[in-house]
Design a binder for this molecule. Structure first.
Ligand code: SF4
Length: 372
């Protein structure tokens, strides 16, 4: 499946990544958890039958998206492997984001691979046990995470490492990049905090610091054996384009078609624009970090909501953005984090609160005032 040739009209019809939060149950209580996960599944969690109906529906998008089964901890769902197999039978590519708990064993990964999982998403939030464990809220998490990476490697499974950047670990960007270089991963996805769920308790870095982190990421994107992308920081694309780079280039800055095949999202992907999220109880959102309720499955069709709901349509229209993003020459490839704008201003179309770019002037604001 190639996503490199998705046009704007393709995105009007089909998400590239469909996130299904199969459960909110998780044995961990991570400090920045979007889902504010709980130990037990919610009583109204979608049943196995409803989950299969959802998969059937997702398979009717004109171009089938990749389905990311997330949580909570997806391994807490007893019917997980059956659902994966079912999705694969409907010709969906499936990725899985297991939590670092005792459930994430080599055997579980093997079962996931045998059921058809194409890629694992594994979280790493520090370059050493002290930083990572403090972030995750329990001792031993770093060691377990490194074990998960090793098990994935043993099974030859593609891995995307997900890192949340906050004030706690921003000084470790280079150290994490080096650590990952030895792990044989395909992609490093660097997420910039959006204050939702338990994430409100964590501290975001300053807008000016984004540019410094982008600089480090761009350096590593060109020199490390994995691809680098940002999540909820599309202004990284602006940063790379300003330096004459290609935000889609693969490891070592080369345009590798493997990286374009499912390992990364093309230009312009954002909340509701190539991305869709369905919660464990069937709530339909433009993204996991943008809790703008647009419908409920199974009462509503996810295909109809994605294609026609006014919020999804507005999120896909860069010319409808407000403030600096609305007049920015990079709005079609960037557009800012709609989730962060919503979390901090209540309006998902407002200016990205954490971008320092001055549209049309090719320079940066010295200081962004934060009234929030
Ligand atoms: S002003 Fe908005 S669209 Fe322009 S680079 Fe910043 S976040 Fe992106």
């Amino acid at each position: 499946m190639s996503h490199a040739d998705y046009s704007r009209s393709d995105f009007d019809q089909n998400p590239l990544m469909f996130y299904y939060e199969v459960t909110m149950a998780c044995d961990l209580v991570c400090k920045h958890c979007r889902a504010s996960a709980q130990e037990q599944p919610h009583p109204e969690q979608l049943t196995k039958g409803q989950s299969k109906m959802l998969i059937d529906q997702v398979a009717t998008f004109p171009r089938r998206p990749m389905m990311v089964m997330t949580g909570g901890d997806p391994l807490k769902r007893p019917d997980l492997f059956e659902l994966i197999r079912y999705a694969v039978d409907q010709q969906l590519q499936v990725a899985l984001t297991p939590s670092a708990t005792p459930l994430a064993t080599l055997e579980a990964f093997q079962q996931a691979r045998d059921a058809g999982v194409r890629r694992l998403g594994i979280s790493l939030d520090g370059a050493d046990p002290l930083t990572h464990d403090a972030f995750r809220g329990w001792e031993g998490s770093f060691e377990r995470t490194m074990g998960m990476l090793q098990n994935a490697r043993k099974l030859n499974m593609g891995v995307q490492v997900n890192t949340t950047i906050t004030r706690r670990n921003v000084h470790q960007v280079d150290a994490m990049a080096e650590l990952l270089a030895a792990e044989g991963i395909a992609m490093w996805s660097v997420f910039f905090l959006v204050p939702v769920g338990r994430g409100v308790e964590e501290e975001r870095i300053k807008p000016q610091e984004y540019e410094e982190v982008f600089q480090r990421l761009w350096h590593h994107a060109q020199t490390k054996p994995y691809s680098v992308k940002t999540t909820e920081a599309p202004h990284y694309r602006r940063f790379v384009l300003q330096r004459g780079g290609d935000p889609l280039a693969g490891p070592q800055g080369k345009d590798d078609s493997a990286a374009r095949r499912g390992h990364r999202a093309p230009l312009g992907v954002g909340d509701g624009k190539g991305i869709m999220f369905v919660s464990h109880t069937g709530e339909i959102f433009p993204a996991g970090f943008l809790p703008l309720l647009c419908g409920r499955f199974p009462q509503d069709s996810v295909v109809d909501i994605y294609q026609n709901h006014p919020s999804f349509r507005a999120l896909r229209d860069p010319d409808g953005l407000k403030g600096r993003c609305g007049i920015c020459e990079y709005r079609h490839v960037c557009g800012g984090s709609r989730a962060r704008a919503y979390a901090l201003t209540g309006d998902p179309l407002q200016t990205e609160p954490d971008c320092v770019y001055v549209p049309g002037q090719d320079h940066l604001i010295d200081r962004v005032e934060r009234p929030w």
